[in-house]
Design a protein around this ligand. Structure first.
Ligand code: MRU
Length: 359
């Protein structure tokens, strides 16, 4: 692994319509930087499910390319067969993980693209789908930069900032959402000190965020999740910035488990809590966060999380992968269109009037 790896390419499509997807296998970081090739939709499903590719925007991009892989092969096929396969592949990929809405948003975009080309030969339809997947990928790069620019304005030189999970380059097509704010502030000459929560049980903060910030030369200190309130009490943190997996119409935010308790601690210490997320993470069909589906994961992630058993045999385990932070605890949401503040149904509706809902 290179000691100064500054450009992380989380996913890339290689070749044309008969090409394949290459991703960084994030389960192997931080000790190994390894790419793997995904050559069919099942491999993409497995990579999303097992968090080889993870983070809401990256999941959406991977799923879009997964559709292209699922429709490959055999040149021209009859129309009914094409539409049947499209339905099967999108339904299969949609079932890989339930919380990040970017997944269903990207799949919906591909289905709409196919609809717009209805009646054309399947070769042309497949070309249109690959072009749309590439567009989603490109837009995500621009989104990261715009979020960084808006969010950097909220931070001051010398600030201590805290983040949870990984909302960086590994979770997106460019340099992240929450971490984009830090990177852009850093580029603007603001010196920051980042506290990265380790993010139990799967340690995305320790394995991925700490690694990514280190690679880019940002001053970072790793803490256990249970230390966040004490770090705030000691006056080390002037802002919290996290990403999001789904944002309801009223501004409630689902993000990695543990985010809610950090927002509560930030409120208790009068520290602004910001969420950085693209418009593709909003689900305006849900009126509140109560309706956001929360992924439940394997108990073994808690009982055997460190490569060995850390809990007694037969113990009952509850392992929700995400929680919901109510809008009232969020000072502002930074998206690629600007800053939403206050966080309310009205301000979100005003910013996103043109965004279709995810069905
Ligand atoms: O389970 P994960 O690792 O996919 O969870 C990721 C998060 O919770 C991120 O904060 C979120 O997806 C935003 S990524 C820009």
């Amino acid at each position: 692994m290179s000691a100064n790896h500054t450009s992380i390419e989380t996913l890339r499509w290689v070749g044309d319509q008969d090409g394949h997807l290459v991703i960084i296998d994030q389960t192997r970081l931080p000790t190994e930087l390894v790419e793997i090739e995904l050559r069919d939709a099942d491999a993409v499903w497995e990579a999303i499910k097992s968090l080889r590719v993870r983070g809401a925007p990256a999941i959406g991009i991977a799923a879009a390319y997964g559709v292209c892989l699922g429709l490959q092969g055999g040149g021209e096929c009859d129309e009914a067969d094409f539409w049947r396969r499209l339905d099967e592949v999108t339904a299969h990929l949609a079932a890989s993980r339930p919380t990040a809405v970017n997944l269903c948003w990207a799949l919906q975009r591909l289905k709409e693209t196919a609809d717009q080309h209805r009646g054309q030969e399947s070769v042309a339809l497949r070309a249109a789908l690959l072009a749309e997947a590439r567009a989603i990928h490109d837009e995500d790069r621009q989104m990261c930069r715009a979020i960084g620019r808006y969010g950097a304005e909220l931070l001051s030189d010398g600030n201590g900032v805290l983040t949870h999970c990984n909302a960086g380059g590994l979770a997106t097509a460019d340099y992240g959402t929450a971490l984009a704010v830090f990177f852009a502030a850093h580029e603007a000459g603001k010196r920051l000190h980042v506290y990265a929560d380790e993010t139990r049980p799967l340690l995305q903060g320790a394995r991925l965020t700490a690694w990514e910030l280190q690679q880019r030369g940002i001053d970072v200190t790793l803490i256990c999740d249970s230390m966040a309130a004490q770090v705030m009490r000691e006056g080390r943190v002037q802002a919290v910035v996290t990403g999001a997996d789904r944002i309801a119409a009223n501004g409630d935010v689902a993000n990695k488990i543990g985010t809610y308790q950090i927002a509560l601690a930030a409120a208790a210490h009068e520290i602004p809590f910001y969420v950085a997320a693209p418009t593709s993470t909003f689900d305006l069909s849900l009126s509140s966060g109560d309706q956001i589906p929360i992924e439940q994961r394997d108990p073994a992630e808690i009982t055997h999380g460190f490569g060995r058993q850390t809990a007694p045999d037969g113990i009952q385990v509850y392992n929700p992968a995400f929680d919901v932070t109510p809008a009232r605890l969020i000072r502002a949401i930074i998206c690629e269109k600007g800053i939403i503040q206050p966080v309310s149904e009205a301000s979100i509706a005003a910013m996103f009037a043109d965004k279709p809902s995810c069905s």
